[in-house]
Design a protein around this ligand. Structure first.
Ligand code: FES
Length: 130
């Protein structure tokens, strides 16, 4: 599905995200808060929901701190799961083989924008029994 302009949300100035680096953001979604983060690495920008597939906790270990010390992986602060930045795949820790929920992101007019459709009809997270 091609994202429509209706669901693009500005999450940060593009210049505010270093390479490598990460920034948290919060967006309204269906009357609730949606927590996410963006990561820049080797010139590419990625965005994920801030939700660990192991136990459903937020990943960061401090404000805007999602990456390992060497900034090569995303690390969950709760139990140390390590995720590939480019794919969201858990490569080590208690949820190996599971993935972060990836979001569509773009740099547009000096801003980082995330595409976030409403939860209804959204297939970004597997449903019960899947
Ligand atoms: S909640 Fe992330 S590793 Fe346990």
């Amino acid at each position: 599905m091609t994202p429509t302009d209706d669901h693009w949300h500005v999450v940060a100035d593009a210049a505010a995200l270093p390479d490598p680096g990460s920034l948290a953001f919060t967006l309204p979604r269906d009357g609730m808060a949606f927590f996410g983060f963006v990561v820049r690495k080797d010139g590419e920008v990625y965005a994920y929901e801030n939700f660990c597939p192991h136990a459903g906790r937020q990943l960061n270990w401090g404000p805007d701190r999602f990456l390992t010390r060497d900034q090569s992986l995303i690390m969950c602060a709760a139990h140390g799961a390590l995720f590939e930045i480019a794919t969201g795949l858990c490569a080590a820790g208690p949820c190996v083989g599971e993935r972060l929920v990836r979001l569509t992101v773009r740099e547009h007019g000096g801003e980082l924008q995330v595409h976030l459709p409403p939860r209804c009809g959204d297939a970004t997270r597997p449903g019960p029994g899947s």
